[in-house]
Design a protein around this ligand. Structure first.
Ligand code: COI
Length: 369
């Protein structure tokens, strides 16, 4: 670690952060020449470099940026067997002048370390998570697509590296950051099935953590509803199957009259989404009342029947904002004409304007690299 510099945090707080001199091994050739940055499926292509760091003997070491490439893992790797594995999703954008900035990385940094604590993993220091991310994005900034709805998806992750199959917290870990240029996650409004059998999270469980197992366990229920022609499930609470929680891998919002309602974070079953929080702030600037509270499926069907349920959408880093055109609860089908919506498109427009540098960043969300 060497040197120090000032960083500007949201709300203009200046703090001193130690700088980290991260060694860089450059890729000999760039894969970028063979890639069309305008036609990209989510998560399939990765930039030329990645960041890697090891946690050994109680400290982080071997921080480096190197050419993207495979890892050599022992088959007894503890993460593969018992799931000590967490991740984040962050995005970088380019403005019209070609300057790169990352959307709210400090929020992901804080959430990552909350996930780490819940999974009995070491926290990652800011100079590795944030500074490492900034240096990696700066190095591969020509991988940031410029097209609308496109961005550079940043995937920080950490997993156990002990080579032992006893069930206990690993002593060793690897932290990495990958970069993946991407287009829209969902290209069309979605059909959603209200899930009554399988659950995503229970109070006291790991619903608030971004741990790999949450995503693995969602795949079977999702595959079941795909067979019925639906895109994703609407997860319900585990105890009563009465209150809505999340949609697929996203937080969920319901516009009822002029009030936006989204499930609250109180019992630890909901991921504290960075996009969720941004949408809450932006909806308020649009004059809507935002309520974070329990929301039952009965209240939703009743609001739909009365004509008061105006818009339903999911929010997440990968998907940003995804419109829902159909919501099915048992045999009751709620259909929406998304072309007539105003709030959801407007909140997306305002968020995109900040991300792509076309509006004043009044919340201090963008962090330059
Ligand atoms: C994200 O939005 O970053 C997510 O976590 C969804 C993802 C698993 C693709």
């Amino acid at each position: 670690m060497n040197g120090a510099f000032c960083v500007s945090l949201p709300k203009n707080i200046l703090i001193m952060v130690a700088t980290l001199d991260i060694p860089v091994t450059s890729a000999e050739t760039s894969k970028l020449n063979n890639l069309d940055l305008e036609n990209l499926p989510f998560g399939k292509y990765f930039s030329d470099h990645m960041l890697e760091a090891d946690y050994e003997d109680g400290e982080w070491k071997n921080v480096e940026i190197k050419p993207y490439g495979p890892l050599l893992l022992d088959p007894s790797n503890a993460a593969l067997h018992y799931g000590q594995s967490i991740f984040e999703g962050v995005k970088a954008y380019k403005n019209a002048n070609g300057e790169a900035a990352i959307f709210r990385p400090y929020d992901n940094f804080r959430r990552f370390n909350l996930s780490a604590e819940r999974m009995m993993m070491p926290t990652v220091p800011e100079e590795i998570f944030i500074e490492g991310m900034k240096q990696l994005v700066a190095l591969d900034s020509n991988w940031i697509p410029k097209k609308a709805d496109h961005s550079l998806y940043i995937r920080p992750f950490m997993f156990a590296t002990d080579e032992v199959i006893g069930v206990k917290p690993s002593a060793n870990y690897k932290f990495m950051i990958l970069l993946s240029p991407t287009g829209p996650y969902y290209v069309a409004p979605m059909r959603i099935y209200v899930e009554e059998l399988y659950v995503r999270a229970v109070p006291g469980g790991v619903g608030f953590a971004k741990c790999a197992g949450n995503y693995g366990s969602s795949m079977f229920p999702t595959a079941e509803v795909k067979k019925l022609g639906y895109d994703q499930v609407l997860w319900m609470d585990a105890l009563e199957h009465k209150y809505v929680q999340e949609i697929g891998t996203m937080n969920v919002f319901f516009i009822i009259g002029t009030t936006a309602v989204t499930p609250n974070l109180l019992n630890g079953t909901i991921l504290n989404g960075v996009t969720r929080d941004s949408v809450i702030e932006l909806l308020k600037t649009m004059g809507l009342t935002v309520e974070e509270r329990d929301l039952s499926i009965d209240e939703i069907t009743e609001a739909y029947t009365k004509g008061e349920l105006k818009e339903v959408f999911g929010t997440g880093t990968a998907a940003t904002i995804a419109m829902i055109k159909e919501l099915r609860y048992k045999d009751f089908v709620m259909e929406f004409d998304t072309a007539t919506w105003s709030h959801c498109p407007e909140v997306k427009r305002r968020m995109d304007a900040i991300k792509y540098g076309n509006a004043v960043d009044e919340f201090g969300w963008m962090v330059s690299v």
